[in-house]
Design a protein around this ligand. Structure first.
Ligand code: 16G
Length: 256
């Protein structure tokens, strides 16, 4: 470890040089054994930089998905992007899905507020163009890796105080007594444009799943319209198919 040094040719702010050095060392398999980075003090001594610089460098690598923090356990090297198999028959939230798989769910907020609906939102939610909607656009991450870009719209009357919507939209809806019980979802393949590709940390033109979800309350009112782009390299949507009761009877063979 003692030869871990910045390359003299590298220029830029010190924390970026340190980040690039760490990234190169990781790529060369430096931490392959344990996958956990040495402690902050040890690493800052090895690299001969302040802990503040080191922290900024590490934060940058967490943002890029190279490293991730595990609460109370340290900073780890990510070897493979999380891969998720998602059943298409259960109505669950992103936070719930990721937690159940042992990934730490987080979000980077792009937009939040109460606005007049776009024509698309008004149509999908069945609200008047004069009714307000609460809009929340977020990049969703699992263990620090971008997984999906979601733009959710909820009729404002279902959100008491927009500022109180925390990590999970469904937890907030549940707290107000408006948790959806049913949803319709449409999936199609798309090619990502530059802006969404940059957010999802994939090359422009990569394939993604474009998902529209309309979620309903028990009384049939629409509570959510969300348009999402899911990275196709991290998500498999799995549907269970069953034979119709008629066909099942036919397949059971002649009655004895
Ligand atoms: C899921 C839903 C999304 C919903 C979000 C709530 C899909 C394709 N989308 O990502 O419609 O808004 O969960 O997650 O499954 P949250 O409660 O963690 O904010």
């Amino acid at each position: 470890m003692s030869e871990l040094r910045e390359a003299p040719a590298e220029r830029g702010p010190l924390f970026e040089v340190v980040g690039a050095t760490l990234k190169r060392e990781i790529a060369s398999g430096r931490f392959a054994g344990a996958d956990v980075l040495p402690g902050e003090r040890e690493l800052s001594e090895i690299l001969r930089v302040s802990r503040t610089t080191l922290r900024r460098a590490i934060a940058g690598l967490v943002e890029q998905g190279v490293l991730f923090h595990r609460h109370g356990a340290g900073t780890f090297v990510r070897r493979n992007p999380p891969h998720v198999e998602q059943p298409l028959s259960r109505l669950t939230s992103f936070t719930e899905d990721m937690r159940s798989r042992g990934f730490a769910a987080s979000s980077r907020e792009i937009e939040r507020g109460v606005f007049l609906p776009t024509p698309e939102e008004a149509m999908m939610l069945g609200v008047s163009p004069r009714d307000s909607v609460f809009r929340l656009a977020r990049l969703r991450l699992a263990d620090g890796v971008p997984m999906a870009m979601e733009r959710a719209a909820v009729p404002a009357r279902f959100i008491g105080d927009p500022a109180r919507v925390g990590e999970s939209l469904y937890v907030a809806l549940d707290a107000e007594g408006w948790l959806p019980v049913r949803a319709l979802q449409r999936l199609r393949a798309v090619v990502l444009g530059a802006a969404d590709a940059a957010l999802l940390d994939v090359a422009e033109g990569s394939a993604a799943l474009d998902i529209h979800r309309i979620a309903y309350l028990a009384d049939g009112r629409c509570v959510e319209y969300t348009r999402s782009f899911y990275r196709s390299d991290t998500y498999d949507f799995v549907a269970e198919l069953t034979l119709s009761p008629d066909a099942r009877r036919r397949g059971a063979g002649p009655p004895r």
